[in-house]
Design a protein around this ligand. Structure first.
Ligand code: ZN
Length: 192
């Protein structure tokens, strides 16, 4: 079976280096990561494609990341984790009201990953999407694993809009002919 069951993770972290290292750690665990620094983009993503887990900084510039946890608390299949710069009992109890896990930086990646696997056991099966991660190298030389569902691949190939994304440097690029052939093969295997 080439598809794997991971979790769709929406990662909302302001610091670029921190965002990239968390994204890579989550991808290495087989999760599919959408990473952003922006509150507005995160909220839109949360509404359009509810992830299995949203992980967000509490301090998001002018915005409060707890608002994302609040929105997630209304979604039956989205769990949330909030990240704070230092322990703040007030924010911690607010996070708990929204059923969010409250973690203080520096983030222990193992602890973060353990929380996600705990969520995965509670989440209903339909939040586990059938997708495949393809090993790829971005134009800046990062080894990443962009992931697609069968539907995304179909739509992307028909419209010619398929793009790979690097979570380390936020670069989008078009798959090479060889990568496209690989994507097509996987798609054929999964369309029958
Ligand atoms: Zn890159």
């Amino acid at each position: 079976m080439s598809a794997q069951s991971g979790c769709d993770v929406l990662l909302v972290v302001v610091d670029r280096e921190e965002r990239s290292s968390l994204a890579v750690a989550l991808q290495d665990e087989g999760h599919r990561v959408t990473a952003t620094a922006g509150f507005a983009e995160a909220r839109q993503q949360l509404e359009k494609h509810p992830p299995g887990v949203v992980i967000s900084d509490i301090r998001l510039g002018d915005f409060n990341g707890l608002h994302l946890a609040f929105l997630a608390s209304d979604l039956p299949t989205t769990a949330s984790i909030v990240l704070d710069d230092h322990r703040d009992p007030m924010l911690e109890s607010q996070a708990r009201e929204f059923q969010a896990v409250y973690l203080v930086k520096p983030i222990d990646t193992i602890e973060l990953i353990t929380h996600i696997s705990r969520f995965l056991r509670c989440l209903t099966p339909h939040t586990m999407t059938d997708w495949k991660a393809f090993p790829a190298t971005c134009p800046n030389g990062h080894e990443v694993r962009p992931a697609f569902t069968v539907d995304e691949l179909k739509a992307g190939q028909v419209e010619g809009t398929l793009q790979f994304h690097c979570v380390q440097c936020d670069t989008d690029w078009k798959p090479t002919a060889e990568e496209n052939a690989h994507l097509r093969r996987w798609l054929e295997e999964h369309s029958t």
